[in-house]
Design a binder for this molecule. Structure first.
Ligand SMILES: [Cu+2]
Length: 144
């Protein structure tokens, strides 16, 4: 009887270990999967020209950001990142930090004042690349 109860105890113990091990494997696999998980999102970033675009993309060329694409004509930035390595708030902050406003947060005036005067999107909110070219054509008609 004594021996029998010992064997049950041993069986339970082994079972318990197996369950703990199984949960452990499951948990670490989930963690591993999460650390590799990619998220792609699109949001608005204020900008005027190609110089702005370059500045924005350079600012978020950091660890955790896998891909970024900015469309000047729509002011939309599409970014693919690893949430385990960088948060979306941090990405917005990095852009604000080089002087550009986003749909989530504004650049500090001190940072905004440092960007080139032709990039002053707050003064010329609708004055991006293509439109500017059209305006120039209107302002300077062909001489006859
Ligand atoms: Cu610019």
């Amino acid at each position: 009887m004594h021996l029998h109860s010992f064997s049950i105890h041993l069986k339970n113990y082994t079972m318990k270990n197996a369950i703990i091990l199984f949960i452990g494997i499951l948990f670490s696999t989930t963690l591993f999967a999460q650390s590799k998980k990619l998220v792609t999102t699109t949001f608005e970033v204020s900008a005027v020209c190609e110089m702005c675009k370059e500045r924005i993309l350079k600012a978020i060329d950091v660890k955790g950001v896998k891909n970024a694409d900015y469309k000047l004509s729509t002011h939309q930035l599409t970014v693919t990142y690893v949430p385990a390595k960088i948060s979306i708030e941090q990405i917005h902050f990095l852009i604000n930090n080089v002087g550009h406003d986003t749909s989530l947060s504004k650049a500090p005036d001190e940072k905004y004042s440092k960007i080139h005067s032709c990039c002053n999107y707050r003064e010329h909110p609708h004055n991006h690349g293509e439109e500017e070219e059209e305006e120039h054509h209107e302002k300077h008609p062909k001489k006859q």
